[in-house]
Design a protein around this ligand. Structure first.
Ligand SMILES: Nc1ncnc2c1ncn2[C@@H]1O[C@H](COP(=O)(O)OP(=O)(O)OP(=O)(O)O)[C@@H](O)[C@H]1O
Ligand SMILES: [Mg+2]
Length: 349
């Protein structure tokens, strides 16, 4: 009786507090940061880039505005990607970026203390985890929850993570590829590596420099990958005109490049991703592996959008492969749903 009364009081109190607070889910990615606010959906989707004045250390621009400066900055400004290697490479700048993004979406009403859930790569150390938590608190979070990215991606992709079924999620981001087999709400097998979609951009610019004596910047290489990149032969191969700088004369020059050539250029990072999937399957318990064979592998993250990657992984593993609906939003949706589930747990106690 007393505990029922107490739980009623707790629920009422919790309902009251949550009316003044807002839940914020964040995907702090190496390439993009996404923010989801409960009741409003995804409210922010910007590149994880910060422009800094080297002389004064002042933040000049964040997100989209800062990305436009990459490769175009004068000497005293640098456009920094604070999460470049999948984890926080620069804590202060990450915090400044997080504060800017949270401030942009969160109106500071009286008592408006956001609860924040941030996805971090499953392989990060305790110190790195705490650094993200601190960054979220410094950015104004009242309560900061850290959630493993592959778990968030699986929840966001709509996989039944709480059931006694093996689910395999492959999240191919900008800087990291993370693979997990999830069952009964926990990660059973997990692998990650720092080879993902950005590695393909580098492979493309190396290929063009070597085979065409043409220098192209980071963002041009990414544009080529998105426009004509593929992992599997296309029914109709594509071509694209590319502008760059001649390696010898230093003058602007243009070439036409085909999807077959870009596939060849990206072969190594793509093979590494397929290999990691096979390795994860190999390390998975037989019952869970059988579930995955029946239910298929789900691809998430921006890298999952590469044409024919699903076909290639399926051909190499003999398992059906599906690309999540809107793969770049899985982690942020999963983080948001995780906070909602916390309420479910609290109010059912
Ligand atoms: N249509 C596309 N085809 C191929 N690659 C794409 C496409 N769209 C986006 N990408 C790539 O996806 C990557 C970004 O994906 P995502 O936003 O999931 O990464 P992230 O979450 O920021 O990174 P990480 O998870 O490694 O921290 C970029 O490298 C981008 O070039
Ligand atoms: Mg990601």
């Amino acid at each position: 009786m007393r505990s029922r009364l107490l739980s009623g009081v707790w629920r009422a109190l919790f309902g009251w507090v949550s009316r003044f607070s807002s839940d914020i889910g964040i995907d702090l990615g190496t390439a993009n940061t996404l923010v989801h606010v409960r009741g409003r959906g995804i409210v922010l989707r910007e590149p994880s880039v910060v422009a800094i004045d080297n002389e004064t250390d002042r933040v000049l621009a964040v997100g989209e505005d800062a990305k436009r400066m990459v490769g175009r900055t004068p000497a005293r400004i640098s456009a920094i990607r604070p999460l470049r290697d999948g984890v926080i490479a620069d804590f202060d700048i990450t915090e400044a970026m997080l504060r800017h993004f949270v401030g942009k979406v969160h109106n500071r009403r009286f008592l408006a203390h956001p609860r924040v859930a941030v996805g971090v790569p499953a392989g990060v150390t305790e110190v790195e985890r705490r650094a993200v938590e601190d960054a979220a608190r410094q950015a104004g979070a009242w309560q900061a929850e850290i959630i493993d990215e592959p778990m968030a991606a699986a929840i966001g992709a709509g996989l039944p993570v709480a059931e006694a079924i093996g689910n395999m999620i492959v999240d191919i981001g900008g800087g990291t590829t993370e693979i997990a087999v999830i069952s009964l709400g926990g990660i059973c097998t997990q692998r990650s590596m720092r080879i993902a979609s950005e590695e393909m951009d580098e492979a493309i610019s190396t290929y063009i420099r070597r085979d065409f004596n043409l220098v192209v910047g980071e963002s041009t290489a990414e544009e080529i990958k998105i426009a004509i990149g593929s992992a599997f032969p296309l029914p109709e191969e594509l071509t694209m005109e590319v502008r760059g700088k001649d390696l010898i004369s230093g003058l602007p020059r243009r070439i036409t490049i085909s999807s077959g050539e870009i596939r060849e250029a990206c072969a190594e990072p793509i093979a590494a991703i397929v290999e990691l999937i096979k390795e994860t399957l190999d390390a998975t318990a037989p019952e869970l592996a059988a579930d995955i064979m029946n239910r298929g592998i789900v691809l998430a993250g921006g890298g999952a959008l590469l044409r024919g990657l699903d076909q290639l992984v399926s051909a190499e593993t003999d398992i059906p492969v599906y690309v999540a609906e809107d793969p770049m939003t899985c982690v942020v949706l999963g983080a948001a749903r995780y906070l909602e589930q916390l309420d479910g747990v609290l109010s059912s106690q």
